[in-house]
Write a protein that binds this ligand. Structure first.
Ligand SMILES: [Zn+2]
Length: 419
């Protein structure tokens, strides 16, 4: 029976929340470093975490397999074997010195939902597949969405030339994990068998925390570009070159950084960040001759983002010309915005209301596996409130036990509503 006002959700959110937090803590013990939580693709800690996830999936009644990229895929058949599947999941790798809920919560929550279906011996009109993507952050080989792309049969062969920070090659890392680099994307998921993709993820921001709300329905995932900008001026003696005769690359870059911030502030929802800035051969008594910095611009509206990029680079050109320096940029990353499916948003909103939480809709500024899956299926996302000011990609990242339980209850209601 689907819950309504008279029959609220009967999902055991309290115990589920406790178990989710305990499992996230247990999984965080599988770290590449004894000092902090870092889990990168196919390291011994990553493989041990994958084994633990597979064991929990098995216990929840899912049949489990591993794909060519090391992702763990669990399937709970529907009433009719071989039916289309709602695919749900997230990633179990992390950034360096990250937080233990990023990605992991989106694997543990659906496993808890399937465990409850299994306990009730309940089958849905479709299968439920939980995918623990092996690599989303790409910290080891500087990749992005490696596992979700491989899940759809996409792989960039050039990645096989890469080595990690310890000099271990891509192919060797795969072979050491018992995987064959030739097979990484050899078994693409048949898109016709995916009914929808839904991802639970921590918000990784302060919006829900600020609004006092446990859950949020995601409307769209921001697209973004990252560029590496090089400013070249003339290095010189800090004592002898008069101010009017300088071509200081860092002073020019400083104006450019401010131009990014000023332009991004003009449109609500548009964000622009310079997260890295390096002075080449910089030292205290030399006028900076060469500076490199990154520009990251994001928006859920591609036209808004593209207009901001044009303006920012026009401002860079103006600043460079005025200061007698040169500026060049190279795009290192670009991804278009992804809209979340209206019908899925509606069902998620109904499900959030069914578990007694207020419905709030918000865009995602961070990228997620759902962006890749959107190429193959309609997608939706449900955000869970972060504590500690909303920080993520940080060891202080935290999620409330009650919120985790509520997320599981909401996904449970969603699965039972989906047709
Ligand atoms: Zn994530």
């Amino acid at each position: 029976m689907k819950p309504d006002d008279k029959h609220p959700s009967d999902f055991p959110a309290g115990p589920a929340g406790r178990e989710l937090i305990a499992r996230a803590a247990a999984l965080a013990k599988h770290s590449d470093s004894p000092d902090h939580y870092t889990r990168t693709w196919l390291t011994p800690a990553h493989r041990a975490a994958g084994k633990q996830v597979a064991a929990w999936m098995h216990e929840a009644g899912l049949s489990v397999r591993t794909d060519g990229a090391g992702s763990i895929i669990g399937r709970y058949e529907g009433a009719t074997p071989g039916a289309k599947a709602i695919v749900t999941g997230s990633h179990f790798d992390s950034v360096r010195n990250g937080g233990k809920y990023d990605g992991v919560l989106g694997i543990l929550v659906p496993v808890a939902c399937v465990a409850e279906l299994h306990r009730r011996d309940e089958r849905l009109p479709f299968a439920v597949e939980v995918v623990a993507f092996a690599d989303e952050e790409g910290a080891r080989f500087q990749t992005s969405f490696l596992a979700s792309r491989a899940f759809l049969g996409q792989f960039d062969e050039a990645l096989r030339e890469r080595s990690d920070a310890e000099g271990v090659g891509f192919d060797d890392a795969m072979r050491a994990a018992g995987l064959d680099p030739e097979d990484i994307a050899e078994d693409p998921r048949d898109r016709a068998t995916i009914a929808a993709y839904v991802e639970i993820h921590i918000e990784q921001g302060p919006v829900l925390l600020d609004a006092g709300l446990p859950l949020g329905v995601v409307t769209a995932i921001a697209g973004g570009t990252r560029q590496r900008v090089q400013v070249t001026g003339v290095a010189g003696h800090a004592g002898t070159v008069p101010m009017a005769m300088r071509h200081d690359a860092l002073a020019a870059a400083a104006e450019m950084v401010a131009a990014v911030e000023t332009r991004a502030k003009k449109v609500p929802g548009l964000v622009g960040t310079v997260g890295l800035l390096e002075v080449k051969d910089g030292t205290g008594n030399v006028i900076p001759g060469e500076v490199e910095f990154t520009v990251d611009i994001r928006s859920v509206d591609d036209a808004v983002r593209e207009a901001a990029e044009r303006d920012v680079f026009a401002a860079f050109d103006e600043i460079a010309k005025r200061r007698g320096v040169t500026v060049a940029a190279r795009k290192s990353h670009a991804v278009r915005a992804t809209a979340c499916d209206e019908r899925i948003q509606e069902l998620l909103a109904e499900s959030v209301a069914a578990v007694g939480a207020a419905v709030h809709r918000l865009p995602s500024g961070a990228g997620h596996d759902a962006m890749v899956l959107a190429e193959a299926a309609t997608v939706g996302m449900l955000f869970v409130r972060c504590g500690a000011g909303g920080v993520s990609h940080n060891p202080a990242e935290t999620v409330d036990e009650a919120d985790a339980g509520l997320a599981a209850a909401a996904l449970f209601e969603f699965l039972r509503r989906f047709q």
